[in-house]
Design a protein around this ligand. Sequence first.
Ligand code: FE2
Ligand code: FE2
Length: 481
Amino acid sequence: MIEKYSSVDDDLSTKIKTEFIIRFYRLLKGAILYNPSNIIISQYTQECVKVINYIIESEGYLFLKIARDSLFLNNIKVRVRADSYPILKGLSREMRKRWIGEFRFNDRVKAEHLRDFIFLLARLEGKHESNYLYVKTQLEYRNVKYIDLGALELFKDEEIYFDSENKKRYSNHTYFNAIGLMKEIVESVKGQKVINIRKAKRLMQNAVNAIMEDESTLLGLASIKNYDESTFNHSVNVAIYAIALGQRIGIPKRHLSHLGVTGLFHDIGKIEIPIEIINKEGTLTSEEWEVVRSHPVIGSEIVMKMKEWGELITRMIDGTFEHHLKYDQSGYPKLTRKRKLTLFGRIVALADFFDACGRPRQYSRYPYISENILGFMLQRSGKDFDPALVKVFVNMMGIYPLGTLVLLNTNEMGIVIQTQVEVEQIDRPKVSLIYYSEEAYRKGEIVDLTEKDKDTGEFKRTIMNSLDPNEYNINVAEFLI
Ligand SMILES: [Fe+2]
Ligand SMILES: [Fe+2]
């Protein structure tokens, strides 16, 4: 019964909104499965009509819109509760699949009209932008004029991704947008202009979404580090590693995007270091090192001056200030009194180290093949890094992280494109084979190293060792994007 929800104020109660969405989604799913004459359909339609007309009676209309990740009912965002989350997501997925972004009932609905509408929707195929026009015209033929609908709108900066084929595009988009944003930020700080902090937060929210959905794509993009030395790219990678690690240890979603922003800004102090020192190929003199070592302090001063951060600011300062301090505080800046490092500081330190080591020339006092870096990090666990975090991080990256160039026992070469979830299979990732033909390396088939030979019961392929892509002149990025 709907009547029991009638004790609401001006707004429709969350309950009734959710109820409409549940019933509408159930009807739509029903229409995908059954014929219009099915008894289930007539029952679902009746139930849906009741709630729609209840809303129309109190508000005069019913308007549902999908915007970014949310559903809006009569222009008010439908609050997501844990139990209704899958339904909300399901409905918006079904609508997006058909490229329908909104619909509106301007008058009380009749059951047969609603049924016609839902079957027109259910039978739409493909993501055609004109889908809504088709439904509209069909409704007009039937003389139904009070139901209106519109195409899906994509929002700049916040492109929605629909399914796996688009996930990759979405991740790429987020990644390269973030790099663009870093360039903007650096220029703004240098020119003492206002920094677009809202954009940074929004982008990091996108990154969090992408990582929560499927961490492999963004982590894969981050492994491009070996082949691009820009500091912009370093900042974005640190943000990505930090978010992915944060997610694994259960930091709540809202804080994850803050962690991402902290990662983005951790090296902002470097803009005050002369470029000659940053790019110097040989070893630095002790004076030059002194200058380099000042960047966490300069960075936290820059961050402190940004007033628009709100709740973010203390964490941001911590992350920037602490990222070279080391777990046992033997790093820099030198402190007169010991302090307990913050979680954000410890995470960013780890992400920063991993990414910085992967760079071939700059700062390369360490080996830069990923498995060596992880091994080194394990050795330094408890000294340079938080031991608990190192464990999770190593586990996350696998022994062969995404983007690692590997040699197989079959004498084939491949690039790791997906790691396994099971810890026991950590050395058996999915690999994209590459082969050499017509003077270039080319993408071959994708193989799963957990695959066994049916006859012998042995693994078809096993990694012998990893290779340095620079030696083979292979641009790993090309194979990952
Ligand atoms: Fe740094
Ligand atoms: Fe850094």
